[in-house]
Design a protein around this ligand. Structure first.
Ligand code: BES
Ligand code: MN
Ligand code: MN
Length: 454
């Protein structure tokens, strides 16, 4: 109770601090923001020190630095390792934002700004839960923090960094808030994440842009060709056509499918939220199954030729696309990248040359729901949200989570507090104030239950 009193008494300051964090434009995808990554890491290091860490460092990696902090109260007690990411997605399309992406504001009970949910708002709940436990002298176990700056670009440097610091990172569980819940009335805990294979393709035609009248109809148009090749990757039933793509997909039993589809999911609200006339996807599967346990293939960006004001009559010399595939157990991202690459080259018509590059990839993850830490999260969420949370398979990816298991041998619990209305990665990202504060209270409770279970 004194913990909740502390949270209530310091609410405003917690929010002010989060706003300072949100003002740093730590966009990992854009090299112009390199200095902001370092600034953001430094800011977090200081914040964790003030919150009660005995040790807090900005540690270099081959890419953006990792913020590491710890407070060891007793080596004999269990240890929680908190993971989060301080990098955020680019803000484009800029003109769609109703407020400045890096000038956070509170409106309608929500925090608006890039990173408000993903993941600054969520990771900061952990910093403030930690502060609360230290200040009220109720911290029941050891805590370590590992906050990275490359999650949104595939966590390339973190794998090696983890392998290099295995001992320092030793823990009983990794606690992560970087996922969402089904709703405030239907709390849930993510126990499945999809993997990913992210590709970039380029179709090259003539050695320069050509007059589309003089050459049109007589030369392969890379933009036409690319469109056709991409269209052929998914058939009319929503099946991905790459040979061997489904070979390692684990099929659900009828029982699992029933359990999966009994989760309360309001398809009308889902459609309304993103303003689409209908859903689409693989034949024979529900929307929950399509994102939770089936793989998918999507163009993330496509370009080529003239896209500026007015018209220009050309056949573009080349056309390109960024394509991601979301993977499920037991698909392997390296195998899938290879199959994609081979297939994409094989379907290229004469008259063009094709380049394929794998940009990043990562494995899917499943949290066993009988894990003591999962049970502790379940109890904590039930305390603050008034209902036992449902286990839920999310369509998103946090590829490093399976890396943690492989490299460090530690399982993760994904106790996230986002909602589907938060518009992560989209313009006008937001995060509910209620989610932020309830998240802090829930995390404090998690530590209690987790320490008791050990
Ligand atoms: N926090 C998200 C992942 C997420 C969000 C999982 C909501 C479940 C529910 C994370 O920051 C993210 O966006 N990951 C990327 C990974 C990719 C860039 C390798 C993704 O899923 O696109
Ligand atoms: Mn995230
Ligand atoms: Mn993200």
């Amino acid at each position: 109770m004194k913990q909740q009193a502390y949270i209530d008494a310091n609410k405003e300051r917690f929010l002010d601090e989060l706003f300072d964090l949100l003002r740093i434009p730590s966009i990992s995808a854009q090299s112009a923001h390199k200095p902001d990554m370092v600034r953001c890491a430094e800011w977090l290091r200081e914040s964790l020190l003030k919150a009660g860490a005995e040790r807090a460092e900005v540690m270099p990696t081959e890419g953006n630095p990792v913020v590491y902090a710890e407070r060891i109260i007793d080596p004999a007690k269990p240890t929680v390792l908190v993971y989060g990411h301080y990098d955020v997605m680019p803000v484009d399309p800029r003109e769609e934002w109703r407020t400045e992406p890096f000038e956070p504001v509170v409106k309608d009970g929500r925090i608006w700004g890039r990173g408000a949910d993903d993941d600054k708002g969520q990771l900061y709940m952990h910093a403030k839960a930690f502060e609360t436990m230290v200040a009220t002298e109720t911290l029941p176990c050891n805590v370590k923090f590992m906050l990275e700056g490359e999650e949104e670009i595939g966590s390339a440097s973190l794998y090696k960094w983890c392998a290099d610091h295995k001992e320092m990172l030793a823990a009983d569980v990794i606690l992560v808030s970087d996922t969402s819940m089904l709703g405030m009335e239907t709390p849930s805990i993510t126990c499945g994440l999809r993997g990913i294979a992210y590709m970039q393709v380029e179709v090259q035609g003539p050695n320069k842009d050509l007059h589309s009248g003089l050459f049109g109809g007589a030369v392969a148009n890379p933009a036409n060709v690319l469109s056709k090749m991409i269209a052929s990757l998914v058939d009319e039933n929503g099946h991905i056509t790459i040979p061997g793509f489904y070979d390692d997909v684990r099929l659900l039993t009828d029982e699992e499918r029933t359990a999966f589809n009994s989760a309360p999911f309001d398809i009308e609200r889902y459609k309304q939220n993103i303003n689409i006339p209908d859903v689409a996807g693989e034949e024979g599967y529900s929307t929950m199954e399509r994102t939770g346990v089936r793989p998918s293939l999507d163009v993330n960006g496509i370009w080529g030729g003239y896209t500026d004001e007015g018209t220009k009559t050309i056949i573009p010399a080349k056309a390109s696309a960024k394509i991601s595939m979301r993977l499920v157990p037991n698909q392997d991202h390296e195998t899938i990248s290879r199959l994609f690459s081979e297939h994409f080259k094989a379907i290229a018509p004469a008259g063009v040359t094709v380049k394929v590059e794998a940009l990043h990839g990562g494995a899917p993850y499943v949290t066993p729901t009988d894990l003591p830490a999962y049970k502790a999260a379940e109890k904590a969420v039930e305390d603050t949200f008034g209902k036992k949370p449902l286990p839920f398979y999310s369509g998103g990816s946090i590829p490093i989570i399976s890396g943690f298991e492989k490299i460090l041998g530690i399982k993760s619990v994904l106790m996230g507090f986002g909602l589907d209305i938060d518009a992560i990665h989209s313009p006008n990202e937001s995060y509910g104030l209620e989610n932020f504060y309830k998240g802090i209270s829930t995390i404090v409770k998690f530590y209690q239950y987790f320490a008791e279970s050990k």
